[in-house]
Design a protein around this ligand. Structure first.
Ligand code: SF4
Length: 731
């Protein structure tokens, strides 16, 4: 008998359907990884609506990490310089409950923080929220989505009234012009990029514009690559708007009917004539005009963006300036058109639905909105006023709270801030000073485990049942197909157990993940993200896109939002955001003359907690490499494979270099995947700064000022550091 489980790839937000089957099936050879270990087989699920059977190397190799360096048992220690000792679940949970109670008694709920993850399933997210925000009364609940797409969330909400992405993947094959800004989709979202590229190749009239300081594989495929100077995105976007206005390519009828704040926007864009924009962006006027002409001559323009826009001190302004172009030309709410934010994480969307950022509440609600708070309090049967009207601490504010002593209890789950947060020297010092930290993860070691007092083993993908929502609002069921190793438990079960031990027993009596999901979707009823008609039972028949209302099943077929050009704002109109460009927060100067930009590689994902344990992917990208333009390399007397020390005002790192004209002069690039576990002194975020977008609190991980110091041959310290961390565990 063939036992195939249909599930979802838990890496990026593309959300590819997978089929997984056991290592050995009757009459067939055992499936093994590169090291000869039997592993579960994976292939693309042809029936999944988002990916149609396609899968990239990360999805194809995912089962190779299921049994590598797993955290099997709860571990505890009294201080960070002591070794971990194995304890029972009772001992670990009792300690956590005791710490929570003492912290609340002495310092109040504001001293509690929980930092979660876009790798959570929706059910994990929901129970975490119910416990922390609801029953413990702390809004200090944030997720690593803060680093990924909180600017997109804020921009959508401010411009369109809601965080619902208006488009769907079918639009990739219906557009006349794809405008990709700050996204290396070919490496980071490869399956949807493949769909777009195939369509682009087959239809000569379709144009592809890529805006990126690097000539990435994505840019290589474009008709027009605008290699703008880092931090000049708003100049470019306003410059395109200027030309569209000059050429009378504005949809005034759409604006009159559907969009507010046009006068303020029109006032701003008149300051962005082509000569000014071309000079600031360091592109030619001809290229700027070509981009604007592609927009002007296309009936359907689809914009795609990710971290290059979002990870910026003006991330919300950038994303809104991009959305402005769609509002200016009426390119929204129709086939093949619209602003489409690609999510970096598998369930970033699910996190948004549940309220995964410090200022959100379940069902696309807001902490600051009294009606939203009242609804949630009533739904969870909490006393009025239990939920604070103040948004909680964001990820970086948690670090600052540790520094000031205001944060006394930190629970980190399914994420690795000791690699992914900015200014790592400061981040690590703050984590080191934490009075009590819980680290809940599937793997050990991780860089963040070094800062934990308690380690909780989490079941991961394939070992727990739950749901995830991808970038195009498609919800997929991910059933468990194997038992968790050791004593690992599902994240939602751990949160529920703590809730029960804290005497909130009645609210956390969930029988299974299906019951958790059934409770959650009731909170989405009549919201933009209405999922009230979706259940685990329904999802067993196949993935479903929201809105999917229990009241209006006809809405279940709405592949796109805002097709009636009514927006979920108080007056039903979208809003122009009028922003001038401010540039990068830390521009280069005489002391730090280069801009460092960071990004991702095809084979790795985030901080390598999973992909670093997969032989094939390590072989694909064995070490981090710094990209530098030939002019800059010549000035420094450097050749490919020479080593360089990179210094910023916060820290330093060392990399071998690749000399390439794929990067603009004055800018260097390093990948962000390497933490202290995988290489010594190669952390991109030891260099980055924490200055954030004032509206989304998303840090500017994409640009900081650095100096480059040639260091000659390969430094001795470039060996991986994993063994040193491993030695500390005692089982
Ligand atoms: Fe997984 Fe993303 Fe690759 Fe699809 S494109 S297989 S979701 S990593």
């Amino acid at each position: 008998m063939t036992e195939i489980t249909k599930t979802l790839c838990p890496y990026c937000g593309v959300g590819c359907g997978l089929e997984v089957s056991p290592p050995a099936q009757q009459g067939q050879a055992t499936h093994r990884d590169a090291e000869g270990t039997p592993i579960w087989k994976v292939k693309g699920d042809r029936t999944h609506p988002s990916s149609q059977g396609m899968v990239c190397v990360k999805g194809a190799t995912i089962t190779e990490a299921l049994d590598k360096q797993r955290l099997l048992y709860p571990m505890m220690r009294n201080s960070l310089d002591a070794p971990f000792e194995r304890v029972t679940w009772d001992q670990a949970l009792d300690r956590i409950v005791q710490e929570i109670q003492q912290t609340r008694a002495y310092y109040g709920s504001e001293a509690l923080c929980l930092y979660g993850s876009g790798q959570f399933m929706t059910e994990d997210y929901y129970v975490m929220h119910k416990l922390m925000r609801g029953f413990l009364g702390s809004n200090n609940i944030d997720s690593n989505s803060r680093l990924c797409m909180s600017s997109a969330v804020t921009a959508y909400a401010q411009s369109l009234g809601s965080d619902g992405p208006p488009c769907c993947y079918d639009d990739l094959e219906l557009t006349d012009c794809a405008f990709l800004v700050g996204t290396n989709a070919a490496e980071c979202h490869p399956i949807i990029f493949n769909r777009l590229r195939k369509y682009h190749r087959q239809h000569r009239h379709v144009k592809m514009i890529v805006v990126d300081p690097r000539r990435t594989p994505t840019a290589e495929a474009a008709d027009l690559h605008l290699a703008i100077r880092p931090g000049t995105d708003i100049d470019l976007l306003n410059g395109i708007a200027y030309l569209l206005s000059e050429w009378q390519k504005v949809d005034y009828a759409f604006i009159d009917d559907c969009v507010a704040n046009f006068p303020a926007y029109a006032e701003v864009i008149k300051h962005y004539p082509p000569d000014v924009v071309a000079r600031r962006c360091n592109i030619s006027i001809e290229d700027l005009e070509t981009a604007a002409r592609y927009w002007a001559s296309s009936k359907r323009v689809l914009s795609l963006w990710t971290m290059g826009v979002n990870q910026s001190s003006e991330g919300t302004a950038k994303a809104r300036s991009l959305i402005n172009l769609h509002l200016l030309t009426g390119q929204i709410g129709k086939l093949g058109a619209g602003p489409f934010s690609l999510t970096g994480q598998p369930n970033a969307m699910g996190g948004r639905e549940v309220g995964g950022l410090a200022g959100l509440l379940p069902g696309y609600r807001w902490v600051k909105n009294p009606h939203d708070r009242a609804f949630v309090e009533q739904f969870w049967q909490l006393p009025p006023g239990q939920i604070s009207p103040q948004p909680g601490r964001t990820a970086w504010e948690m670090i600052r709270g540790l520094e000031s002593g205001d944060v006394r209890f930190l629970w980190i789950a399914a994420t690795n801030p000791a690699v992914s947060l900015p200014d790592l020297p400061r981040t690590k010092a703050a984590l080191q000073a934490s009075p009590f930290t819980v680290c809940q993860d599937a793997y050990y070691p991780t860089e963040t485990a070094n800062y934990a007092h308690v380690l909780l083993p989490a079941a991961q993908w394939g070992e727990k049942t739950g749901t995830m929502t991808n970038s195009e609002r498609v919800v997929t069921l991910l059933p468990a197909f194997r038992n968790p190793p050791g004593q690992a438990k599902a994240d939602w079960e751990i949160f529920a157990e703590v809730g029960r031990r804290l005497d909130f027993s009645a609210a956390f009596q969930f029988r299974d993940a299906a019951q958790v999901f059934a409770e959650f979707v009731q909170m989405t009823r009549d919201r933009v993200c209405d999922m009230s008609g979706i259940s685990h039972e329904l999802l067993k028949k196949g993935a479903v896109q929201w809105p999917y209302s229990i009241d209006r099943p006809d809405a279940s077929t709405a592949k796109r939002l805002y097709t009636d050009h009514r927006f979920p704002t108080t007056d039903g109109r979208a809003r122009f955001g009028a922003y001038h460009s401010r540039g990068v927060a830390e521009p280069p100067d005489d002391d730090y003359p280069f801009v460092l930009t960071t990004g991702r590689l095809y084979g790795h994902w985030h901080t390598q907690t999973r992909t670093g344990r997969i032989h094939k992917l390590r072989q694909m990208h064995p070490r981090p490499v710094l990209e530098i333009h030939p002019h800059d390399a010549a000035r420094l007397g450097l050749r490919t494979d020479d080593w360089i020390e990179v210094r910023s005002r916060r820290g330093k790192a060392k990399f071998p270099i690749t000399v390439t004209s794929a990067i603009v002069p004055g800018t260097v690039f390093v990948p962000m995947h390497w933490g202290a576990l995988w290489a010594t002194e190669a952390e991109a975020n030891s260099l980055t700064h924490p200055i954030s977008c004032p509206e989304s609190s998303q840090p500017e991980l994409k640009a900081c000022a650095v100096q480059l110091i040639p260091v000659g041959a390969e430094p001795m310290s470039s060996v991986p550091a994993a063994e040193f961390v491993m030695a500390e565990i005692q089982i």
